[in-house]
Design a protein around this ligand. Sequence first.
Ligand code: AMP
Ligand code: ZN
Ligand code: FE
Ligand code: FE
Length: 300
Amino acid sequence: MRGSVFADLHLHTFYSDGTYTPEEVVARAAEHSLQAVALADHDTVEGCAAAESACGRLGLEFLPATELTCELDGAELHLLAYGINTAHPELLAAMDRFQEVRQRRIREMVARLNTLDVPLQAESVFALANCRSPGRPHVGRALVAGGFCSSVDEAFERFLKRNRPAWVPKFKITAADAIELIHRAGGLAVMAHPALNHLDPRILDLVEMGLDGLECYHTKHNAGAVAHYLALARQFGLLVTGGSDCHGMAKGKPTIGSVKLPYEHVERLQATIADRRRRAGDQEPAPEATIPDCAFHAPR
Ligand code: AMP
Ligand code: ZN
Ligand code: FE
Ligand code: FE
């Protein structure tokens, strides 16, 4: 039976640029008979608590995650952080900064659109996004809602894609810093949709920085790409993950259910997360040493 159990470890909600609530994502996952899910919203973990509760109610396994936009010598890559402590102060502070960068960038993109005689207002993008972690898809949707473009794809093609007139480069954490941050927050760092980033020659460098896994299964990976990244994961001793990268209705048809990660990879991921936690715990002072003397713990 185990061979027919699947997971989706790359899902977005309306806390970033998806359209589903956490409860809706989990309900869709249950409809697709998925056993385990992870929310991987951009630069936020706000949806994780609600998704975890919904998973509890429906008997699904939940992994907290986030997707961080990173930079490696000028090239962009996305790192998925699995099993992080969602209350980790340093991680939360870093994500606050990334969210501020995103909000400032929206204002800059809108200002550029205004110079192009597109009278969009930043406030209408923020109202539509209604989240702390807005992104270009929200600008695209606002352009469609305002009647300036007929589709989000057209908005990207005309204005928002890299080097298009309203595109604004974004500050990104370096991959090395992101991997260290993810590890300090108790998580594992996985390279998202590697086929989209054309950084295969740098995977060994990322492994040396501490990369833990490759997202081999992804909506945009064809069978050849899946086989290629599974082989690379084996070669470099990396964990294997996968997910649909579902954004709800944001990109037309919801992709949840289209990518099914064999459950054995979730077991390996969870075992590695637990092992790292145990090792990190081992390095901390023994609990006895930190318990103050009292009537019940008096040294004998
Ligand atoms: P941002 O984080 O603001 O740079 O936006 C990145 C998001 O835009 C990701 O979720 C991408 O999937 C999405 N995206 C990138 N290119 C396109 C495109 N051509 N059409 C629609 N969405 C896109
Ligand atoms: Zn997204
Ligand atoms: Fe991504
Ligand atoms: Fe994503």
